[in-house]
Design a protein around this ligand. Structure first.
Ligand code: MN
Length: 387
């Protein structure tokens, strides 16, 4: 296959830095979305992609998934060594062209789509808390799109010494278009909008730029990164199936079919190395869920105020647990007694947690509780006597 590639990245309308990175290094293409504070996010996404790229160039690592796992170890090690980037992490979605195949390796909530014969299909599965909740039937896909914790990842590179990497391959056809993107695109545009722009823009570079512009016009609340790859068969390629005059056959499977977790040291239960033949099977969903057991949940930039040991406390994470995963830990336990705060109607549900966008915001909520308690006279200890 011959590939024509285009890419665009933008800081967006709100963020102060661009923590996304991408690679166009034929036959290797990838996007990564870093997180963990300004510097941390930028370092994480760059380091992860540079590591995968140099391992690939040097022919080291037995597979793309193994190169991604090595990149995870690099980011994790740097995060441990350098206090200024402690706690950083990154998503990574990579596509490697191998003749008439593309191999995809994936961790996090960046995405790969395949556009073929007028259809667009999601190739990757988001490693997010809300996606897991959808799979478990706790919320609907529509609720997931607007869920306040939709960016909480259940997997990221650099968070732990090992990471489970999804990996799969697809047979390419003449005219296929692959899209790799970070969530700054998919949070702003629907799949229909994305597909329309892709379909209407023949040159990959132009398509990438138009997608970024559209995401910015829709609000651009996050960094936006897009890689577009056009595949055309060349002399010597195997005869492409379904390539009759008048267009290609539609995709065999119209529904989203997730990648399965690649066999590896961290894949845990549920993923034997039975081979890659069944890669696109729906069974992968169940296997993936099993594989999640023991995966540390990444809850960057999620904060809330709740109760710890009977006191008002600032937590990092989200005030819920899913399938037995605790998704939070206490950062500061204050001297304010929770029962006193809960006397005020405003803080009656304190034990459920009051979410905040940052640590500073969570601490401001604590200050507000303190003030409100001082300005409100304590309720009478006994019920007032009847007249
Ligand atoms: Mn992002």
């Amino acid at each position: 296959m011959k590939v024509t590639a285009g890419a665009a990245t933008d800081i967006g309308q709100v963020r102060e830095g661009n923590e996304d990175s991408f690679i166009l290094d034929e036959p290797l293409f990838a996007v990564a979305d870093g997180m963990g504070g300004h510097r941390g996010g930028e370092v994480a996404s760059k380091l992860a992609l540079e590591t995968v790229e140099s391992l690939f160039r040097d022919g080291r690592g037995s597979s793309l998934a193994e190169q991604v796992r090595e990149a995870n170890r690099e980011v994790f090690a740097r995060s441990m060594q350098d206090r200024t980037v402690a706690g950083m992490g990154t998503t990574l979605t990579a596509a490697l062209l191998e003749g008439s195949l593309v191999r995809i390796a994936h961790v996090g909530d960046s995405r790969a789509y395949l556009s073929r014969a007028g259809d667009m299909r999601l190739l990757t599965e988001d490693h997010t808390l809300v996606h897991r909740m959808v799979l478990e039937g706790e919320i609907t896909a529509e609720e997931a799109e607007v869920h306040p914790h939709r960016s909480v990842l259940t997997r990221a590179l650099g968070v732990d010494v090992d990471v489970a990497v999804d990996e799969g391959t697809i047979d390419l056809r003449d005219g296929d278009r692959l899209l790799l993107c970070t969530d700054g695109l998919t949070a702003m545009l629907t799949e229909t909008q994305i597909h329309e722009i892709l379909s209407a823009t023949p040159v990959p570079e132009d398509a990438a730029k138009r997608l970024v512009r559209a995401a910015n016009r829709a609000g651009g609340v996050d960094n936006i990164t897009v890689v577009v790859l056009d595949l055309t068969s060349e002399e010597g390629d195997e005869k492409v199936q379904g390539g009759r005059a008048g267009g290609l056959a539609p995709l065999a499977s119209p529904s989203p079919t997730p990648l399965r977790e690649a066999p590896g040291p961290s894949s845990g239960t549920g993923t034997s190395s039975a081979g890659r033949t069944a890669v696109w099977s729906g069974v992968a969903v169940a296997l993936l869920l099993l594989g999640l057991v023991g995966v540390r949940v990444y809850t960057d930039s999620q904060w809330y105020v709740g109760v710890s040991n009977g006191h008002v406390a600032v937590y990092r994470g989200v005030p819920s647990s899913v399938a037995g995963f605790r998704l939070h830990h206490v950062v500061v336990e204050t001297s304010i007694r929770a029962v006193d705060a809960e006397q005020l109607a405003l803080y009656r549900d304190l034990a459920d947690g009051i979410t905040a966008g940052s640590r500073a915001e969570a601490e401001a909520i604590v200050e507000q509780i303190r003030k409100d308690m001082m300005s409100t006279p304590p309720p009478p200890t006994y019920p007032a006597a009847m007249p």
